[in-house]
Design a protein around this ligand. Structure first.
Ligand SMILES: NC(=O)c1ccc[n+]([C@@H]2O[C@H](COP(=O)([O-])OP(=O)(O)OC[C@H]3O[C@@H](n4cnc5c(N)ncnc54)[C@H](OP(=O)(O)O)[C@@H]3O)[C@@H](O)[C@H]2O)c1
Length: 330
């Protein structure tokens, strides 16, 4: 018999207190009441996961394959991608897994990959924008963009738009309730940042990788809302989520102090990836769009800062359109 769901007030309190909610304690308390997903919930669906060669991306890909999805691993290092493919096949021998190389910090490479994907695939039923970075210093990409902005915001915008024909094909109008789903893996760190469209490339003041990360994770949440509106007519839904705090190579390498301090409390990668997998597989998120999720529930998008203005939101859209030269989205 499943455990009862956590009362809403207790769940919200966990969220606001941060440590209990984001750590594995929050996951364990909430997940006890979750109904199981059908083992074939994603049969017949093809889902691409970026940054699939490590941490949450690998766990997401394993989880999706375990529910029957064909998974496209979008990775910057083919060897690491092949190793992930082997890992998935070891857990799910029947899984269909492809590896595709793409450096998301390079917009030209994103275009090249999208073209290749449109050549190879018939449809895409899901896209998980998981790849992420937390740089120690300000780095510029081949197109001259700050690395976090390019990887977390510009590449997902461009990739979503370039893969739109496949996502459309994955959202047949005669099957309402099964739209293609785009999911942004943001971060609870986004609560610490407002939408900074005044200095998106982080050229003013002393650069902090942590601040650049949080700013662009905030942008992801707003961008998911904007894309949700933009893609509604195409039948595609768009959500963002945050995984809580999970033990991954990224956290160990980029935040060694935090990793040491929180070690025993960190979620496993699988627990951190759970909501990204659920957003692709469950019924409920197929019937709404533009929400921000954590542990299978929609969450507020603002605690510390007020909502961004319509002008600021429009500025983010213009930034993405201009940086990617997307004439159709103007
Ligand atoms: N772990 C957490 O507690 C936590 C909390 C909040 C949010 N997140 C978010 O979760 C996502 C995954 O993080 P993680 O903790 O699993 O970190 P991770 O272990 O460092 O994994 C990040 C993945 O992104 C890939 N990547 C980075 N830059 C790329 C690029 N330019 N092109 C293609 N792939 C690129 C990496 O590729 P390589 O394998 O080649 O390095 C790696 O596979 C990130 O978006 C992160 O912001 C994580």
């Amino acid at each position: 018999m499943p455990f009862p769901r956590l009362p809403r007030l207790v769940d919200a309190a966990l969220d606001r207190l941060v440590v209990p909610g984001y750590s594995k304690l929050g996951y364990l308390a909430r997940s006890a009441g979750w109904p199981a997903l059908a083992p074939d919930a994603l049969a017949g669906r093809t889902i691409a996961v970026t940054g699939a060669s490590s941490g949450l991306g690998t766990a997401t890909a394993v989880g999706l394959a375990g529910l029957g999805a064909a998974v496209e691993l979008v990775v910057r290092d083919r060897k690491r991608g092949e190793a992930t493919r082997e890992e998935i096949l070891a857990a799910h021998p029947q899984a269909r897994v492809t590896v595709a190389r793409c450096d998301l910090s390079d917009l030209a490479d994103v275009r090249r990959y999208a073209l290749d994907a449109r050549d190879r695939l018939l449809a895409l039923h899901g896209l998980v924008h998981n790849a992420g970075v937390l740089p120690a210093e300000r780095v510029e990409t081949p197109q001259g963009h700050e690395l976090c902005l390019a990887t977390h915001v510009l590449a997902p915008f461009l990739l979503t738009r370039e893969l739109l024909p496949l996502l459309r094909a994955g959202s047949p109008p005669d099957r309402p309730g099964t739209p293609a789903r785009v999911v942004f893996v943001s971060s609870g760190g986004m609560y610490t940042a407002s939408l900074r469209t005044d200095d998106p490339e982080y050229t003013e003041g002393r650069y902090s990788g942590g601040a650049a990360y949080a700013r662009t994770k905030r942008m992801q949440v707003v961008l998911a809302e904007l894309l949700a509106d933009d893609l509604a007519a195409a039948g595609v839904v768009v959500h963002s989520m945050h995984p809580g705090w999970a033990d991954t190579p990224g956290v160990a390498d980029s935040l060694p102090g935090f990793h040491r301090l929180t070690g025993p409390l960190l979620r496993t990668a699988e627990q951190g990836a759970d909501t990204a997998v659920w957003l692709q597989a469950a019924v409920e998120p197929g019937h709404c769009s533009g929400l921000f999720w954590h542990d299978r529930a929609p969450r507020p998008t603002h605690y510390l800062f007020g909502e961004e203005t319509a002008a600021e939101r429009a500025a983010l859209w213009t930034l993405c359109v201009d940086a990617t030269h997307d004439a159709e989205a103007r």
